[in-house]
Design a protein around this ligand. Sequence first.
Ligand code: ASP
Length: 343
Amino acid sequence: MENKIDILIIYTGGTIGMIKDPKTGSLKPFNFEGVYDQIPELKRFHYHLDFYCFDPLIDSSDINPAHWIQLAEVIEKNYESFDGFVVLHGSDTMAYTASALSFMLENLNKPVIFTGSQLPLGVLRTDGKENFITAIELAAATEDNTPLIPEVCIYFENHLLRANRTVKYNAENFNAFVSPNYPALAEVGVYLKYNKHQILKPNFKKLKVHKVLDNRIVILKLFPGISKEAVEAIINIPDLKVMILETFGSGNATMEEWFITALKTAVENGLHIINVSQCPAGAVEQGKYDTSLKLKEIGIISGYDITTEAALTKSMFLLGQNLTPGKFRVIMNLPLRGEITVY
Ligand code: ASP
């Protein structure tokens, strides 16, 4: 008997699953039981497709870590029965959810491909159909009976990107996501061209799903003229554990004395401060300029070329592991799932 590939499609919500209400003309989620009517092309796949729908469906701006845990649990429960997973998700926070899942799913040896769309499936010019169909194809791709992409990824408009390297970059263009610091894992045109040496290798170990996430984190974006009151108010949030400091260029910040003193005191009191650049491309190099050397000296952790989305979700994951402060610092600087490049 033919050995069919089984793909689980998890629909969380977002624009992709919308159709126009014929009466009101407004967009509303369509019932996924009718998916074969919406996209008859799905019937032509030789794979077995199964569906799991979040109830209620979530606009991705409403997503939170409890939904990430729910998603991880659905994948965990179905992991042995399926060869790959496609997650339909709103594009607004897709980079956060997909980054979080990359850390939560340790020893992932099967594809988890996120996709969505800028225009709903029920709209004639939708980008959702191609994104959806190709995401299924990518989730089903194998070589020597082993999944080709044992990673959490985002597929959008011809590019397959490592999830924890992505940023939503365009609110209108079909090409909504970029991965400024890591090449695409596959380019899709007439052919599906895999950049095999950029894709993580499977380790064939048992999947371990981490379900404790800690959100005692804040993101502080620096700007010229930021006040002492604003910085101190943020640093003094009760029980704060991590502050992601979005700095200028290659990790630079003002060297005003009040600023350095505030950060130094916070680090001494146990706050992890992670230096992430406001530039989407390139890396933090603490010590390259005088304006970042001081940050290194007072114990600010370099984020290297990490995205804010990955720094945030990795921090939530690491805080959930209850690590010693030393271990947190060490692991923050190790590429756990390919999220940073350390030279
Ligand atoms: N607001 C929608 C969402 O993120 C937009 C989209 O689906 O792209 O859920």
